[in-house]
Design a protein around this ligand. Structure first.
Ligand SMILES: [Zn+2]
Length: 223
């Protein structure tokens, strides 16, 4: 950041905080800070040419996503990657929650919900190339939003919260991303959305089960 010309009008505090958060998140997702490494507030502030405050705020947000953990009196540490067992456990939870929710969402389908699902699909029409966070982060965010939207349509707040708390999209993509992985994801999402939009509960449930099982197996093959 050294040498960057100072802009005349300073960015708002929130814009700065979001930018610092995104930058540190990208460093962790790209393994610029390795799993287990210390995330030193002063060092990060120096590298990003900002004060300690936005860095502290960013680390607190990243802690809530499980990307860093707090060390008592010693700042933060980057969390380890998910283990094979943890991946299996999270998919076990998702397979309990999401296929019945897809079925419920199909029963609750309205033209407005169908449009919302189609619009969400349109935000990520193609799989990003490469394997860096900058490339795949749009797909990560879309994947999380689509699954959350289906749970919202199914209208069970407790299930939606249990799913959101896993931050599983972030952690799965942190383990592994490549373009074929992205293409398969998008194809499977289309199948889920077309069953939902057609108001077909059994087909929606089956498409969600298929998506979760194949996504799980794709990820487990990386271990
Ligand atoms: Zn998905």
């Amino acid at each position: 950041m050294t040498g960057t010309p100072r802009i005349v009008v300073p960015p708002s505090r929130q814009v700065l905080a979001d930018g610092v958060y995104e930058q540190i998140r990208a460093v962790i997702m790209n393994h610029g800070l390795e799993p287990g490494a210390r995330a030193n507030i002063e060092e990060l502030a120096r590298e990003l040419d900002v004060s300690g405050t936005p860095v502290r705020e960013a680390l607190a947000r990243l802690e809530s996503e499980g990307l860093v953990s707090r060390l008592p009196l010693r700042g933060y540490r980057v969390t380890e990657l998910l283990t094979r067992k943890e991946v299996e456990d999270i998919y076990g939870l998702r397979l309990l929650l999401e296929p019945p929710s897809a079925e419920a969402a199909a029963r609750a389908m309205t033209p407005t919900f169908a449009t919302a699902l189609e619009e969400e699909l349109a935000t990520c029409p193609a799989a990003p190339a490469g394997s860096t966070y900058e490339g795949y982060k749009a797909l990560t965010a879309h994947d999380a939003r689509l699954h959350e939207l289906i749970l919202r349509i199914a209208d069970n707040h407790a299930i939606e919260q249990a799913f959101t708390r896993t931050h599983c999209h972030l952690h799965f993509f942190r383990l592994s991303y490549n373009q074929p992985f992205g293409e398969q994801t998008i194809t499977e999402h289309r199948a889920i959305v077309s069953a939902l939009a057609a108001g077909k509960p059994t087909a929606a449930r089956a498409a969600m089960t298929h998506h979760l099982e194949t996504a799980r197996d794709r990820l487990l093959s990386r271990f």
